[in-house]
Design a protein around this ligand. Structure first.
Ligand SMILES: CC(C)(COP(=O)(O)OP(=O)(O)OC[C@H]1O[C@@H](n2cnc3c(N)ncnc32)[C@H](O)[C@@H]1OP(=O)(O)O)[C@@H](O)C(=O)NCCC(=O)NCCS
Length: 312
């Protein structure tokens, strides 16, 4: 971040967050407020490659859910996010984030504010996908890159995925990483946030990968970018041809795709928005299968450089 870097959070949004925090503090006892502070310190370090919220946060949060009434527990969880959001400028200053990524923050932070203001879902807690994404974003464990993607700044591949990648691409640095951490890493890891899908399309994804390349350039320790999704499945060529760019473009540009299987969440996601996929699934003609995208840093940066050279 330079002196002239874009602001992470604009003045009006910052003031609105302060009002949110004051409102929440008024309704919470001292004990509940300190529970929110404890939760914040229970998160994993951003460099440790731990996904989700980490075991310490989850066990503390599980205990708090038992201890407090549902409405107080919801406000504690909101306060965690609001408090983090108010410190986002200082947090992000320690993450080495390029300006093209910083430029996405003001809109993303005001979306978060609007979401929190309208939130009534009592299940907004450690087991809720939106909460996990909001805590990770507001605490600087993940950063926005566009195309509805939030990117974990550090992630280690599981043992099976590491072994498969090593088979496709036997690099010494991968072997060293397995010996050191039990899996290949660290990688960036992309996740789709379904609340902001307006640029979830081919140009939006290209712009997203350009931002990830910019992040990789300033984080030389990161091996590349990883992601797992049902929409990388080659069967979409017949089932949903509109979505084939999601697999094809990264593969043409040097990414690996590794088979990863089917979970209930994959089935739920793949059939959530498309009547066509839902009908095919119910008729037994389509089973969603997820693949893991692994795009090594040199290949992603080389593609991004070639795009920059094409620009007038
Ligand atoms: C992933 C996701 C964002 C992709 O959305 P998308 O780009 O709109 O593509 P989809 O194929 O899912 O579109 C859903 C429906 O809208 C239609 N549609 C989408 N864009 C359209 C367009 N520009 N013109 C006409 N129809 C369109 C599609 O035809 C499809 O309906 P159909 O398959 O019955 O024909 C969306 O499927 C989703 O939100 N899924 C649930 C969450 C999820 O999967 N997250 C990722 C987890 S890994």
């Amino acid at each position: 971040m330079t002196e002239e870097s874009p602001r992470v959070i604009d003045k009006t949004t910052a003031e609105a967050f302060v009002m949110e925090r004051d409102g929440l503090l008024k309704g919470l006892t001292q004990e509940q407020q300190s529970a929110a502070r404890e939760l914040q310190t229970a998160l994993p370090d951003w460099r440790r490659g731990i996904g989700g919220l980490g075991s310490k946060f989850i066990s503390l949060s599980t205990a708090l859910r038992e201890r407090f009434k549902q409405s107080a527990f919801l406000d504690i969880n909101k306060l965690v996010v609001v408090d983090f959001a108010l410190r986002l400028t200082e947090t992000i200053a320690q993450r080495n984030i390029p300006d093209e990524v910083l430029a996405l923050y003001p809109a993303k932070v005001s979306q978060l504010l609007a979401y929190l203001r309208n939130l009534s879902d009592h299940e907004y807690n450690f087991a809720h996908d939106d909460f996990v994404k909001d805590v990770r974003f507001a605490s600087g464990l993940s950063v926005p890159c566009g195309a509805a993607q939030v990117v974990d700044l550090s992630s280690i591949l599981g043992y099976k995925t590491s072994a498969r990648l090593l088979f496709c691409n036997p690099l010494t640095r991968y072997v060293r990483s397995i010996l050191r951490s039990g899996g290949i890493g660290p990688w960036f890891q992309i996740h789709t946030d379904s609340r902001s899908l307006n640029d979830f399309d081919e140009p939006g994804w290209d712009a997203c990968y350009m931002r990830i390349a910019a992040l990789l350039r300033v984080h030389p320790e990161i091996l590349g970018t990883a992601g797992r999704a049902w929409f990388y499945d080659p069967v979409l060529e017949t089932v949903s041809p509109r979505l084939t760019y999601l697999r094809q473009r990264p593969v043409e540009r040097g990414a690996f795709m590794l088979w990863s299987g089917t979970t209930d969440i994959d089935i739920r996601n793949a059939t959530a928005k498309s009547a066509n996929r839902r009908c095919l699934y119910e008729a037994g003609k389509y089973t969603p299968v997820s693949y893991i995208l692994l795009w090594p840093r040199e290949r992603l940066i080389a593609w991004a450089d070639s795009q920059r050279e094409k620009r007038p």
